[in-house]
Design a protein around this ligand. Structure first.
Ligand code: PEP
Ligand code: MN
Length: 346
């Protein structure tokens, strides 16, 4: 339920509405950056509350939100949400490209990759320190050392960094080093992790669970928003279908659907969606044509030697080619490509 206050209503009237909602055992959420004061009622509403709120002074209308997700819905927040990651703006007029290796392997590997992707036009450096691997015998990341390398290389190359956090216990540590916290596909419904990441005020990249529908995905975002973290970016990374030629199937529908039903920015990850490097560029272009706000791309100096996801990683040359093909598609959507103009604090 959303309570829309009259323009120019008093602070007193807002407080009365707030108290009435809280007395009913529900929580209040007031989004920033909206013209009129709107008050979100967080929690399960009950018959009678709508009438009670509607009769309070200063209240213009009370609108029930029909969707199971509330704070993530367009009904609740009609304007697009813009998420800023250390100077890089996601969800605005510019397409933001995040690129880097699947896993941080060494300082040298990360640094050369960061320089190459930045040079080609990427704005955010990606790299996994904690890797969710299907096999327990596969390389599972450098952990805390990987985080330190990410922060160091991010600083050296003046790029904000995004990295995955897998466990609620690691959230504080990862948040110390990263500019954006990634919640991976396998953890999209790890509600304890969502709560913990929601309590930070760090930007979050929430990947779609490989078997999650739109509603489940947006309810996962709702966990983050309900904790007061408004800086949520969604990432379509492919879903499981009967097709097994590619690793997953990028659900291109998800991009315009999210744009319609939610105010949150959405980017696409054609690397995990396809699993094959030669499919990455065409699928990336399709995602931008469909309206994606950005891309997440795996790039490695020598994909044949990568410790994780080599077959889907682009070489520097192939990443440059992708970037050179992106601009006309962005322009067709009246957008441009974000360029690096970030100043990272020491
Ligand atoms: C990744 O980005 O490296 C990753 C593991 O992605 P996903 O959670 O989409 O599989
Ligand atoms: Mn990967």
């Amino acid at each position: 339920m959303i309570v829309i206050m009259r323009i120019g209503c008093t602070q007193d009237a807002i407080t009365r509405v707030r108290n009435r909602i809280e007395d009913a055992g529900l929580r209040v959420y007031i989004p920033h950056g909206v013209e009129r004061t709107v008050i979100g009622v967080v929690g399960e509403s009950f018959p009678g509350l709508r009438d009670a709120l509607e009769s309070l002074p200063g209240v213009d209308q009370v609108i029930p939100v029909s969707k199971p997700y509330k704070l993530a819905s367009r009904e609740f927040h009609p304007e697009d949400t813009i998420v800023e990651v250390n100077g890089v703006v996601i969800g605005g007029d510019e397409i933001v490209v995040m690129a880097g290796p699947c896993a941080v392997e060494s300082e040298e590997q990360l640094l050369v990759t960061a320089r190459a992707v930045k040079e080609a036009g990427a704005s955010i450096l990606r790299g996994g320190a904690y890797k969710p691997r299907t096999s327990p015998y596969a390389f599972r990341g450098l952990g805390a050392n990987g985080l330190r390398l990410l922060a160091e290389v991010g600083h050296k190359t003046q790029m904000p960094v995004v990295t995955e956090v897998m466990s609620p216990d690691d959230v504080d540590l990862v948040a110390q080093y990263a500019d954006m916290l990634q919640i991976g596909s396998r953890n999209m419904q790890n509600y304890v992790l969502l709560d913990e990441v929601g309590r930070t005020r760090k930007p979050v990249l929430l990947k779609r669970g490989m078997s999650a529908n739109m509603s489940e995905w947006l309810l996962a975002a709702e966990y983050l928003l309900a904790q007061g973290n408004e800086k949520v970016v969604l990432c379509e990374r492919g879903i499981r279908t009967f097709e097994d030629y590619a690793r997953n199937t990028l659900d291109i529908n998800a991009i315009p659907i999210i744009e319609k039903v939610s105010h949150l920015p959405i980017i696409a990850d054609p690397s995990h969606a396809t699993g094959k490097w030669y499919l990455v560029t065409p699928v990336a272009l399709a995602a931008v044509a469909a309206g994606a706000d950005g891309l997440l791309i795996e790039v490695h100096p020598d994909p044949d030697l990568a410790l994780a996801d080599g077959p889907q990683s682009l070489t520097f040359e192939n990443f440059r080619l992708l970037m050179s093909q992106l601009l006309p598609l962005a322009e067709a959507r009246n957008r441009s490509i974000a360029t690096q103009r970030v100043r990272i604090k020491p």
